[in-house]
Ligand binder design. Structure first.
Ligand code: GLA
Length: 423
C-alpha cells in the first residue's frame, strides 16, 4: 500500500523514541485511515444502510506503553503536550454547540487536542475496563486533511482506542470498537451522529465497498470485479474549515428526521416504536408523506431515496458498473442539497464543477457538508485532467477560499485503503 510510507512510519517512531527514551524498534504505530461514503449519506443516525470505504490517507499514532498509568501525548500539527492518567475517571464534556454542530476538530483546537484521547478512555471505562497502562504517544494527521469531512475525528478516536487496548492487552473486536467510538462521539462529546465513520474505518478492506446496516449492525464487504478501467478517488477541497454558524447544525437535522418518523409512526398506529426513520415501512411513508410539513417531508424523502440508492449501488458495484455507480453518487449529492438541505454554498459549487469534470463518474460532498471537501470517483487515466479542471473552475468562483488552501492540497488524487490496524 502507498500509505503509510516507511519514511512516515520512521518519523513517527523516532518522535516517540525521543519522547520516551525507548528504542524506535519498540514503538507501535496505529494506522487509522480516513473514510469516504459514496452512498448512504446522513442516514446512519436513522438506522439506514450505508456504503463506505477508506482512503490511503489518515491518522498515524505512534506509542509505547508508559509502564504506569500516565499518558503523555504530542501532536505533529499542534503545540503543547497533553497529560492525564488512565486511572482518573473521565466524564462527558458535550462539545456540541447550540446550533447542533460540533465546535471543534480533534486536531485543530490548540490546547484541547487531547479531547479524543480522554474520550477514548471514557468509552473504555464506561464499559467496565479499568486501564492501568498509559501511553507515551505522538499523533499525526495527513497534511491539511483535518476538518475536511473525511472523518478525521473518528480516525483519531479509533486510533486512541486501539493504542489503549494494545497497551493494556485488551482483545476487542471491531464491532465492540464501533460501539466504543460511538460512546466517544455521542456520549462524551454530545454529537448525535451515527456509526458510519468508525464502521468504515474499522471494517473496510481494500477493493471492497463496506456496507453497514446501521439498524441491525450487520455488515458485509462487497467485492468489485476486475475493472476494465481502474478508478481513482478525487478529493476537491473547498477551503472552508470551520462550520458556518448560519448553517443548520448536524443535531438539528437528526431531530427533524426523528420528528418526521414520529408523525409517520403515529399516522400508521405505531407510536410505541422508537422515532427513527428505519422503523417506518416504505409503504407507510408513501401512504402518509403528504401529512408531513414540507421540510420534514424533504428529510424523509432523502432517507428513503438514499436507502434505495444504496441498495442499487451495491448491485452495480458488484457488477463493476462504475458509470451507473457514479450516477447514483451524484443523485445522492443532489438529494443532500435539495432534500437534506445541508451543503454550504462553496461545497455545492464544487459539486457542480466536479460533475462536469472530464472522466468523473459521480460526485457528492463528503461528510456532513458544512465544510471540507467533495469526493468524486474518476477514471484513473483522466484524474489529472479532472483535477486541473476543478482547480481552474473553483478558483473563478472562490478565489479567496482557494488562496487559503495549501497549494498541493486543492485537489487530491487518492486510492482506496485498508482498515485501521496496529503495526
Ligand atoms: C458525519 C457523521 C456521520 C454521518 C455523516 C453524513 O460524518 O459523523 O455519522 O452522518 O456525517 O453521512
Amino acid at each position: 500500500m502507498s500509505w503509510p510510507t516507511d519514511t512516515e512510519l520512521n518519523a513517527i517512531k523516532n518522535a516517540v523514541a525521543q519522547m520516551s527514551g525507548r528504542d524506535a524498534g519498540e514503538v507501535r504505530v496505529v494506522v487509522a485511515p480516513y473514510r469516504i461514503c459514496p452512498l448512504g449519506a446522513h442516514i446512519d443516525h436513522q438506522g439506514g444502510t450505508v456504503s463506505a470505504m477508506t482512503i490511503n490517507k489518515g491518522i498515524l499514532l505512534g506509542f509505547v506503553p508508559s509502564g504506569d498509568p500516565k499518558v503523555v501525548l504530542r501532536s505533529a500539527q499542534f503545540e503543547g503536550e497533553v497529560h492525564f492518567r488512565v486511572d482518573e475517571t473521565q466524564h462527558p464534556i458535550h462539545l456540541a454547540n447550540k446550533n447542533g454542530g460540533i465546535s471543534t476538530s480533534p486536531l485543530r483546537e490548540k490546547g484541547t487536542w487531547g479531547t479524543y484521547a480522554k474520550g477514548a478512555l471514557y468509552a473504555l471505562q464506561s464499559k467496565g475496563n479499568n486501564l492501568q497502562q498509559g501511553i507515551i504517544g505522538y499523533i499525526s494527521g495527513s497534511d491539511g486533511l483535518d476538518s475536511s469531512g473525511l472523518s478525521s475525528s473518528a480516525a483519531v478516536g479509533v486510533a486512541y482506542l486501539l493504542a489503549f487496548e494494545s497497551a493494556n492487552e485488551l482483545a476487542v473486536s471491531p464491532t465492540e470498537n464501533i460501539e466504543y467510538d460511538r460512546l466517544i462521539e455521542n456520549g462524551y462529546l454530545g454529537l448525535r451522529n451515527g456509526i458510519l465513520d468508525q464502521s468504515a474505518i474499522l471494517l473496510s478492506s481494500y477493493g471492497c465497498l463496506t456496507c453497514m446496516d446501521c439498524k441491525t449492525k450487520e455488515h458485509k464487504l462487497v467485492h468489485a470485479p476486475e475493472l476494465e478501467r481502474p478508478f481513482k478517488i478525487l478529493l476537491a477541497f473547498s477551503g472552508l474549515r470551520q462550520a458556518l454558524t448560519t448553517n443548520p447544525g448536524y443535531n438539528r437535522r437528526v431531530a427533524e428526521c426523528q420528528e418526521a418518523a414520529k408523525v409517520l409512526l403515529a399516522a400508521s398506529g405505531n407510536s410505541e416504536l422508537e422515532p427513527t426513520l428505519c422503523n417506518v415501512e416504505l409503504a407507510v411513508y408513501e401512504a402518509h408523506k403528504h401529512e408531513l410539513d414540507p421540510h420534514l417531508a424533504r428529510r424523509a424523502e432523502h432517507y428513503f431515496s438514499e436507502n434505495s440508492r444504496v441498495t442499487r449501488g451495491l448491485e452495480v458495484w458488484a457488477s463493476g458498473n462504475l458509470e451507473e455507480f457514479g450516477k447514483l453518487i451524484s443523485a445522492s449529492g443532489l438529494s443532500s442539497i435539495e432534500n437534506y438541505e445541508c451543503g454550504a454554498e462553496p461545497l455545492i459549487q464544487l459539486y457542480n464543477i466536479l460533475i462536469r469534470a472530464p472522466g468523473v463518474y459521480g460526485a457528492r460532498f463528503s461528510g456532513a457538508g458544512f465544510r471540507g471537501c467533495c469526493l468524486a470517483f474518476v477514471d484513473a487515466e483522466k484524474a489529472e485532467a479532472a483535477a486541473s479542471y476543478v482547480k481552474n473552475e473553483y478558483r473563478k468562483l472562490q478565489p479567496e477560499l482557494m488562496n487559503q488552501l495549501n497549494h498541493e492540497n486543492t485537489v487530491l488524487i487518492c486510492e482506496a485503503g485498508h482498515s485501521a490496524r496496529v503495526l
